[in-house]
Structure formats: structure tokens, C-alpha cells
Design a protein around this ligand. Sequence first.
Ligand code: C5P
Length: 229
Amino acid sequence: MAEMLIVALDFPTEQSALHFIEPLSPQDCILKVGLQLYVAAGPSFVKTIVDKGFKVFLDLKFHDIPNTVAGACKSAADLGVWMTNVHASGGPLMLEAAVNALKTYDKPPILIGVTVLTSMNSLQLEATGVDRSANSQVRHLALLSSKSGLDGVVCSAMEAEMLRKEQGADFVLVTPGIRPEGADAEDQQRIMTPIQAKRAGSSFLVIGRPVTGAADPLSVIRSINQSLS
Ligand code: C5P
């Protein structure tokens, strides 16, 4: 199931990311470019890996006024990325502006909403003025994302089963915090193995360090894909 695995390219430079990609082919995995690499390597790097034939998830979590987010979504679509995202907490007007901005594209990127970052717990949320539990805030923002016309959300695999039931089979669930059997959890708090996350209803699994830090990343990727098929 190579089409489920998204590898997070959390590298500090274009050179280190290109070195990592060298042995990979677009059949092995989807590639995620996040803030660190994007700030270092920019849109030309994204274009380079799109041109190599990889599906690219541009994970920049846009959150700004509706007009600015709409423009950023168009810029992402112009790069030819396969998926991009916005913070669902940006509100209905911002989410609808993002959805509308992509309507003019023949093959627009999949647009997903970030619900509650996995680094936030209920205490952290309360400090920002949200006085419900993290779980209930995730449900609330998933519903808002779906009502606003987004294709799905990023959430933890622990929430996937609940959201799959509530939002139906077509809602895209992208889940980080995935660790192959026996891998170090590092700073992820609530982890699942790839097959557990798939069974819980995840559409796409985001995995970073267990792959990027491996001596032989391609064999780790292949064994994850095998475990999913
Ligand atoms: O190395 P690891 O597998 O923990 O990487 C997970 C990736 O998923 C990182 O790029 C991280 O930024 C991203 N992510 C996350 N939790 C979220 C959203 C994104 O870990 N809620």
C-alpha cells in the first residue's frame, strides 16, 4: 500500500533532502514538505520533486485572513502539489475561501484542515481560550472542515475511528504519530503502528524519523508498505 504512506521530509537543507530521496521512486511513497524544509529550500525544491513524479503534500498549515489563505492555496496548486492544508481554527470564512480558490483548477490539491495539533492537550487548549477537551475540539473542527467543503483533516490515529464513523468513508484522514512495531516513539505521545492506524480508518499515514533516520530507509519503507498490503 505504497499509496497510503507519506514520508515527512524533515530535513534542514535541500541537499540533505535530495540525498535522502535519491534511492526512492514515486511508487514507494508520497513525500511531505513541512515548514523547516520549505523555509530552507522554497518552492523550487517542491517543483523539483513534483517534476520527479512524486505526489507531494505541502504541509504549511495556512492560517491568515481569507484573501491571503486563498492566494496561498492557489500558489500551492500552481506548484502542482497533491495535497495541502489550512488550520481549521481559521474559521468558516477562511476555510470557504480556501475551497473556492481551488475550484478553478482541473486537478486541485486535496485540501485538508488541521484540527488540534498533537502537541496540544486540554491544558494547552484552555490557555488559548478553548475550554472543551482536545477530543471534542477535534470533532468540532472536523465537522466545520467538512461543512466548509474541505476534503478531510489531519488528526491523531487515536481519533480516526471516531471521525471515520462521524464523517463517512470519503472523508480523508491523515494521521501522524505512526511508529512501525519496535520503533522508538521519540516525542510522539500517542502512537499506533501502520496496520493499527489503517484499521482505525486512516486514509494516509505520516511517518518521519523512523524512515528518515534509518540506515536503509528504502527497506523500512518497503516493510511498512508490506505490512499494509
Ligand atoms: O518523525 P515523526 O514520524 O514523528 O514525524 C511526524 C511528522 O508529522 C512531522 O513532520 C510533524 O511535523 C507532523 N505532524 C505531527 N503531528 C501533527 C501534525 C503534523 O507529528 N498533529
